[in-house]
Each structure stands twice: as C-alpha cells, then as structure tokens.
Design a protein around this ligand. Structure first.
Ligand code: ATP
Ligand code: MG
Length: 371
C-alpha cells in the first residue's frame, strides 16, 4: 500500500474497507479510503502540504490530494436506516472505530489498518473469512436495511471467487421471498452495472437461480440456455464495455424499475422492434440489424435466434454497396425515392453474392431503371 505523508501521531487514522481487503488478497485497489476516529474534515485542515478537494459536511467526509494521489478520508460515523432500501441517516460523527465498521456490509469489508503502525483491526472476523473465501453479513437485518447488499455479495463473490455463508444465504433468500420494492433503484442499478460488467456467467446463473433478479422485476424469469459470457467474449471488440450488463439484464425482460440512459433504452427498444420480424433471407436479416447497436444484435441472439445474429455480425455487416447517387445521376436518373429502392435491390443482390463489383452494381441499376 502506498504510504502518503500524512501526519497522524494520535493513531486515529485507519485504512478502511475495500482497500484493506484488497491488500490482504494481493489485489490492486483503485481508491484509497481512510477513516479518522473523530472529525475528518477538521483533521484534514490540520494537514500540511495537501490540497483539500471536496468536503461533504453532513457525512463528515473530505477528499484530499496528497503526493499527487486523491484520497478520501471519512469521519467514523454511525448510521440508521429510517427508510430501509434508501440511504441511511448519519446519527453520530466521530464515533468509535468499532461502531463505524459495524455499519458496513460484509466482514471482509469491515477491516481497518492503522495508518501509523500497520496493525490490522478486525472486529468482525473478516481475516478468517478472507481465508475461507466467505462473505458474511454483520447482522440479521442487513439485507432488509439495504437490499443492494444482495447484489454487492454477488459482485464480490464473482470478483474474488467467494461465497455467502449459509446463514447469510438464508437471510438473503428470506428477503427475496418478501421484497420491499420501496428502494433506491439508482443504487440497485449501480451495483448491477458493476456486477454484470465483469462479464461472468457465474454471476448470471446465480442471479437467476437464487432469484436475485426478483429485486428488479416482479415477473418470473427463466434462465437462458446460452453461455452469455462466451458470446460476449467472442464479440468483445464490438461492444461498449459499459453496456455488457445490459446484455445480461435484457434477459430479465422488464427493466422498468431501472432508470435507463437514452442509449440503453435504444438498445432495448431496437430489440423490441425487430424481435417479431420474420427473417427468411439474408437480406431480411441485413435490413433488420442494419444500424443497430451490436448489443441489440447479441440480445436478439440470446433471446430469439443466434444464427441470424451471428450471420449478420460475421458476414452481412461488412457488405456495403459502392454505387452512389452520383453514379445514378450519371446514368441520367433524376433523384427520387426510387434511388433507395434501387440501392436496396443492389444490396439484396450483394447479400447473395458479396463478390459483385461496382460494374455489376451499375448493371443492376440499369436493369432496374430500364436503361
Ligand atoms: P470496490 O473495490 O468495488 O470499490 P469496496 O469494498 O471499496 O469495493 P465501495 O463501494 O467502494 O466498495 O465501498 C467502500 C466501503 O464502504 C466498503 O468496503 C464497505 O465497507 C462500505 N460499504 C459500501 N457499500 C456499502 C453498503 N451498501 N452497505 C454497507 N457498507 C457499505
Ligand atoms: Mg472502493
């Protein structure tokens, strides 16, 4: 762990959460989270040679820049869930380190490491659980307070190859039988995105088999028989990595609870618009998939029919006609909607024989316009 020159002679500063877990696991951590037993904002103001970037007074957090790195320092805090499923309310800033870690999601995320001495503080058995690759909630009400933890568990399980312990699994299953849909779906979406952008078939299988998908829809969902991870890997270069999650989630059907971006909506709407078109010929396939996001085409492949989807991606997509409007004008044809019909005719011919030359295309145009 990179040590930043912060002066804490009182031993009140701790690395906390994911960063401690990742160091023990030997994994790279992207952000450095610190917690200060007391008021982190006041503490940050006493530090020399650092820059304060952002202060969040109600949460008692501060972002600083030290030695060129951005670091978040939080005040230790207690929280209560006044409205389960929504963000908690801070009830005390500057509580004990123990109280601060007890509000966290899993034991493996509840470890602290003294900034000065490097001593690991483990109030909840997180070290043992890292060894046994176990995800364990800190109390029985954990998933009720914050159901996004169910998806977080899936994310960490896949990322580190861990599993929920039996008791936590039972708590999860109990919650999934009695979901309170009054929750922040913005946070649900964030966790789903992070989980499924890992592109993991295991995440998908568990999502469906354990009924975690029920957080998103009240309808029944059946597992697709196709290996989505392999399919995505095969066409990775075509897909926007931040849309991978949507390919998985599209199999749920109803995503109306999630707030989708314009692009995400278009990917799904385009699938809806083509899913019932009969694709009898390559030209039908070409026209159906033309100008669609590759994500839409893969969703079609998973939910409807893989053969035309792959045929389009591997063969038809590359077919382009060379003839232009200018060429038609040179042939003496006046611009009109007939141009498009003619181009479609040529395209259709090219779908059957991609070796047609521009000369061949002109021949077809002449025939079409009876020249
Ligand atoms: P990542 O590597 O994905 O960032 P992380 O463990 O650092 O993993 P964050 O979402 O950055 O996860 O959160 C930082 C810490 O805050 C977690 O380690 C955990 O202690 C706590 N935390 C985050 N989300 C929750 C939650 N929903 N409920 C309880 N504690 C949480
Ligand atoms: Mg983090």
């Amino acid at each position: 762990m990179e040590i930043i020159n912060l002066n804490d002679t009182e031993n009140k500063l701790f690395y906390i959460g994911g960063v401690v877990r990742d160091e023990i696991l030997g994994q790279k951590s992207f952000d450095i989270d610190l917690t200060y037993v007391g008021n982190a904002i006041e503490f940050a103001k006493t530090l020399e040679g650092i820059e304060i970037l952002k202060i969040n007074e109600p949460f008692g957090t501060v972002r600083i820049k030290a030695n060129g790195r951005e670091v978040d320092i939080a005040s230790t805090r207690k929280e209560i869930y006044e409205r389960p499923g929504h963000l908690p309310t801070v009830t005390e800033i500057g509580c004990s380190l123990k109280d601060d870690v007890l509000r966290r999601d899993f034991t493996i995320n509840a470890l602290a490491k003294n900034y000065n001495t490097g001593e690991i503080i483990d109030y909840t058995g997180g070290l043992e659980d890292i060894k046994s690759k176990t995800l364990k909630v800190l109390h029985d009400n954990s998933f009720v307070e914050d159901p996004t933890r169910i998806i977080r568990a899936l994310k960490f399980a896949v990322r580190f190859n861990f599993s929920l312990d039996e008791h936590s699994k039972k708590l999860r299953d109990d919650y999934l039988k009695n979901i309170n849909y009054d929750m922040s779906f913005k946070r649900v979406k964030k966790e789903l995105t992070e989980t499924f952008n890992l592109n993991s078939q295991r995440a998908y299988d568990e999502f469906i088999e354990a009924g975690i998908y029920k957080l998103v829809t009240e309808k029944e969902v059946k597992k697709q028989n196709i290996n989505i991870e392999n399919l995505i890997n095969k066409y990775k270069s075509l897909i926007n990595p931040s849309n991978i999650w949507l390919i998985y989630l599209a199999t749920i059907g109803d995503l109306s609870k999630l707030e989708l971006t314009k692009e995400e909506k278009k990917i799904l709407d385009d699938f809806e618009s083509i899913k019932n078109i009969e694709l009898n010929t390559d030209f039908d396939t070409y026209k159906a998939f033309e100008n669609k996001h590759p994500e839409t085409i893969l969703i079609y492949g998973i939910l409807k029919d893989l053969i035309p989807a792959i045929n389009y991606i591997e063969n038809l997509k590359n077919i382009k006609i060379e003839i232009t409007g200018e060429d038609l004008q040179k042939l003496g044809v006046k611009p009109s909607p007939k141009y498009k019909e003619c181009f479609d005719k040529i395209l259709e011919a090219k779908c059957y024989n991609s070796n047609l030359t521009k000369q061949d295309e002109i021949m077809i145009a002449k025939e079409y316009f009876d020249i």
